[in-house]
Design a protein around this ligand. Structure first.
Ligand code: FAD
Length: 568
């Protein structure tokens, strides 16, 4: 509560421009794992401008910290994706005569002092970085400001992650929105009222002028290689090869916007795109409003790994949407593909706002505190970090392996396990199943998604999990308990109540069962409704597990426990 009363973002905003005159001989841009690009990167652009103005070299710094990744339950796939992008950035930067210094094996609590010792070594005049909005990161950056001040280094932290930075879109009472729809309306009108500013493109850095490569102090940096892996986050070789094929490093926005079939990344040979030919006649974005809920086809942008790691900026998505529409404002019409897609980008901003305004959600707390007492089947051990979660329950293991006996859940979980990604609808189905059918603490699922997804992003993941567990801002009410059998096959019966919600979900997630058949080979030969809800005899025959719990029993248990948190 005290954290929420004086959120760390506010403290960093007060501390962030350390106004030292700065006497050094170089400028540093400190790149972090969420801004892996050189084009349209605000802090890098400003660092470059400063270096040019002062006539001194610009260098880029990246600090690796396995301990930090561990603490945040980062996954090996996301780390591998980061290293691959860093490697290609290293080459692009070297072409501009800008050195990329990578510091390995840094313990998380010494990052500020390590950073400042680098500043001393290279006589740094000014340090630029884009903000990260998680509590630990903000607190770390506040320490950086304090240390930098004492060392005479000028520090500038920029907002770059969102189209509209946190704390701008506020209610009439000056509070953060906790309901998405009014937030989104306000977001759109603020955006369009100052469109040039919010979608401004920041050009890549200008090449260093003084042939930095030949300067003794910097020349070694150009010789060093990007590490191939980080200790404790090594990917198995076959997974690495697959991730490289499915999620290549570099910018991929055009794949979503173009009318061409997906290339190797998501083409017909790729298991993610079973039955995706539908999209070949017009671009996916054109059909996004009508098709986006179907998880058996290739309907969404699949840009989340690139947005989470900052390989593309969200501003770029807005600009692309405007270009496509040949419009000077962002379209907010949810019935058009482009308008609907921009609403998803607004969700991303919304959840970052929530982190900034209610930092307690960063430390394992539900936004709706009353649900902190829900009786889970796996009560948390003392403490609230990821390590304190009990994950050994058999049901958790079966959920992770895609062996729950519920075909749509298992297909989704196996897709995540294999591809490091799954469609939003599948995330909702499987997340709600874990919390409400299996009554497993949502934080177990949140952590598993972070560890396994290539797009693992704290704000969106926490927001998604708290929505499904009914503990978050603007959540699905606790009594809406998704029926995973009917959701995949029948129109509009996915949730137990709520006419408007049903209309929203009236598209069938997997009408022909293609998604299930692809990911659950045991059921490949099954036709008709049995595929979505196999009888015990059929399950036994094909070697598919029987469900852990019957839907009606699970539903009653969840209703009872959510209604009276604390009671068993
Ligand atoms: P598109 O439909 O093409 O949308 C474009 C972009 O908008 C996405 O790339 C993403 O950046 C953003 N976006 C879309 N939907 C959401 C949403 N509901 N919330 C926030 N941003 C959104 N997204 C992540 O990036 N990382 C996560 O770790 C993550 N975990 C999730 C966990 C759960 C339980 C749920 C329900 C959702 C989660 N999401 C997460 C949000 C969403 O599922 C993915 O962003 C989306 O599926 C990515 O596919 P896409 O790029 O094709 O999205």
């Amino acid at each position: 509560a005290s954290m929420d009363a004086d959120p760390p973002l506010g403290r960093l905003m007060r501390a962030r421009v350390v106004g030292n005159p700065g006497k050094g001989k170089a400028v540093i841009y400190w790149m972090r794992m969420g801004d892996l690009r050189i084009r349209d990167n605000k802090a890098l652009n400003h660092a470059s401008a400063q270096a040019q103005k002062d006539g001194i070299p610009l260098m880029v710094l990246f600090i690796l910290s396995p301990q930090d990744y561990q603490a945040h339950a980062r996954g090996a796939r996301r780390i591998d994706f980061m290293l691959r992008n860093l490697k290609s950035l290293q080459t692009s930067l070297a072409d501009l005569d800008i050195p990329l210094l990578i510091i390995e094996e840094t313990e998380r609590n010494v990052i500020p002092s390590r950073l400042l010792s680098v500043c001393e070594k290279y006589a740094v005049r000014a340090l630029f970085a884009n903000m990260e909005y998680e509590v630990d990161e903000l607190q770390r950056d506040i320490s950086v400001c304090e240390l930098a001040f004492s060392k005479g280094v000028r520090v500038v932290f920029e907002h770059d992650k969102c189209i509209i930075e946190p704390s701008v879109i506020l209610t009439k009472q000056g509070k953060a929105y906790t309901v998405y729809s009014p937030y989104q309306r306000n977001w759109l009108s603020v955006l369009n009222s100052d469109i040039a500013r919010y979608v401004e493109e920041y050009p890549p850095p200008t090449a260093n002028e003084k042939c930095v490569r030949s300067l003794k102090l910097f020349s070694d940096i150009f010789e060093s290689e990007t590490p191939r892996s980080v200790d404790g986050f090594e990917l198995a070789e076959n997974d690495k090869v697959k991730m490289e094929e499915v999620w290549p490093e570099g910018e991929v926005l055009d794949r979503f916007l173009s009318t061409k079939k997906r290339s190797s990344q998501l083409g017909a040979t790729n298991p993610l795109s079973a039955g995706s030919e539908k999209c070949s006649k017009s671009s996916r974005i054109a059909k996004y409003a009508s098709d986006r809920d179907q998880l058996d086809t290739d309907t969404t942008s699949r840009l989340s790994p690139y947005l989470s790691s900052g390989v593309i900026s969200s501003r770029e998505c807005a600009r692309a949407a405007m270009r496509l529409k040949k419009a000077s404002k962002v379209d907010g019409d949810r019935s058009s593909g482009i308008g609907r897609w921009m609403q998803e980008i607004a969700w991303r901003d919304f959840y970052v706002n929530i982190l900034a305004a209610f930092p307690r959600v960063c430390v394992g707390r539900p936004y709706l505190e009353k649900f902190s007492a829900v009786a889970w089947e796996n009560p948390q051990r003392v403490g609230s970090g990821p390590a304190d979660l009990q994950e050994d329950a058999e049901s958790v293991q079966r959920w992770k392996r895609g062996m729950t006996g519920v075909p749509i859940v298992d297909a989704a979980m196996r897709c995540i396990d294999t591809m490091g990604w799954v469609h939003n609808r599948a995330r909702m189905i499987t997340a709600m199943y874990l919390c409400k059918h299996l009554m497993i603490d949502w934080r177990v699922g949140e952590k598993y998604f972070m560890e396994t997804l290539i797009d693992g992003d704290f704000a969106s993941n926490n927001g998604g999990w708290q929505w499904c567990a009914s503990t978050g801002v603007d959540p699905c009410p606790y009594f809406r308990i998704f029926n995973p059998y009917s959701q995949s096959v029948k129109v509009g019966t996915g949730f137990t109540v709520g006419a408007s919600f049903i209309a929203e979900l009236s598209l069938q997630a997997d009408p022909n069962g293609d998604f299930i058949r692809h990911w659950v080979p045991e059921l490949r030969g099954v036709r008709g409704s049995d595929l979505h809800n196999p009888s015990p005899a059929l399950a036994d025959k094909v070697g598919y597990p029987r469900p852990i719990i019957a839907h009606s029993e699970a539903r009653e248990r969840a209703l009872r426990r959510y209604k009276n948190p604390g009671d068993l």
